[in-house]
Write a protein that binds this ligand. Structure first.
Ligand code: HEC
Length: 265
């Protein structure tokens, strides 16, 4: 290196070195949020003023595991706490009875209900009206859906779902609803469970038009043709394993139970 090169290069090298050092020490002193594993927080946690920057569009659970125990005070009081007319712990149904009440509220096969299904992808919630049928033995819900819709894309990427069914409210003397949390899988028509779900649980017969005088054989043939059509068509079955049910039913009070009951497997 000649003198000219030295005078040009050395300061550049020193400057570059200083920059690298400065950057390294900046990282050490103030870790970038994405490089530190954030601790689990609960739903009531608040970010303090010295909290690492939260970029726009990013939510708490992108970095922290948020512990949703849903033992929120109000819900807990209604379920088991001290409320007017009920001392703490009184009026809670036995687990099996809650399940029976749920199956009679929701019903299977021809008693299939229309739910609101909530899905979530990248912190963008979506609610969709959809029919679901109960398999009371395996404690799962089945729905039949046309492929290529937004909710299916959500479920493929994030299986956590929530559903709600309610009877239209008309008075405080008669209200009924249930909220479900679960996780969903999609079953395509190459899976044998597709045909079983349709045949045994979904009320597909309702979509078959029959003359009033149809014989039993005619009915069975028409039903089979519809099942074959569904199997060949552009459909997918959504199966939802139930993780939690919270029900409200004014009729529970008439038996001395709390109006709100919760079932977990
Ligand atoms: C971009 C990632 C990121 C996002 C988004 C984020 N945090 Fe944090 N948070 C961190 C990091 C990193 C820390 C420091 C490490 C730690 O203590 O968990 C932290 C620390 C905390 C702490 C202190 C934890 C403790 O026990 O010391 C709380 C409380 C907290 N965050 C709450 C929130 C809340 C509430 C939100 C949503 C409004 C949120 N954070 C969003 C990354 C994030």
């Amino acid at each position: 290196m000649n003198t000219l090169q030295k005078t040009v290069y050395f300061p550049v090298i020193i400057l570059a070195g200083a920059l690298v050092y400065a950057q390294a020490s900046a990282v050490e002193e103030k870790p970038a949020a994405s490089e530190t594993r954030a601790k689990a927080i609960d739903t009531s946690a608040q970010a303090a003023s010295n909290h690492p920057d939260i970029p726009e569009g990013v939510s708490c659970n992108d970095c922290h595991e948020v512990k949703y125990d849903a033992n929120t005070t109000a819900t807990q009081v209604w379920l088991t706490g001290d409320t007017p007319g009920k001392k703490a712990g009184e009026g809670v149904m036995p687990k099996e009875k809650i399940w029976q009440e749920f199956t009679s509220m929701i019903g299977a096969k021809t008693k299939t209900k229309t739910f609101i299904l909530a899905t979530c992808l990248n912190n963008e919630p979506l609610s969709t009206t959809a029919e679901f049928s109960l398999d009371p033995k395996n404690r799962v819900l089945y729905g039949l859906h046309e492929m290529g819709t937004e909710k299916l894309n959500h479920v493929k990427n994030n299986p956590k779902v929530s559903l709600n069914w309610h009877k239209d409210f008309d008075s405080f003397a008669d209200f009924r609803c249930c909220q479900i949390k679960g996780h969903a899988v999609l079953i395509d028509n190459t899976n044998p469970e597709f045909a079983t779900a349709v045949k045994d649980f979904l009320p597909y017969e309702k979509s078959v038009r029959l003359p009033p005088d149809a014989t039993d054989t005619q009915k069975q043939n028409a039903y089979k043709a519809r099942r074959d059509m569904l199997k060949k068509g552009n459909f997918v079955v959504m199966k939802i394993a139930i993780d939690r049910i919270t029900m409200a039913n004014s009729a529970f009070a008439r038996e001395g139970f709390r109006v709100y009951q919760r079932w977990v497997p």
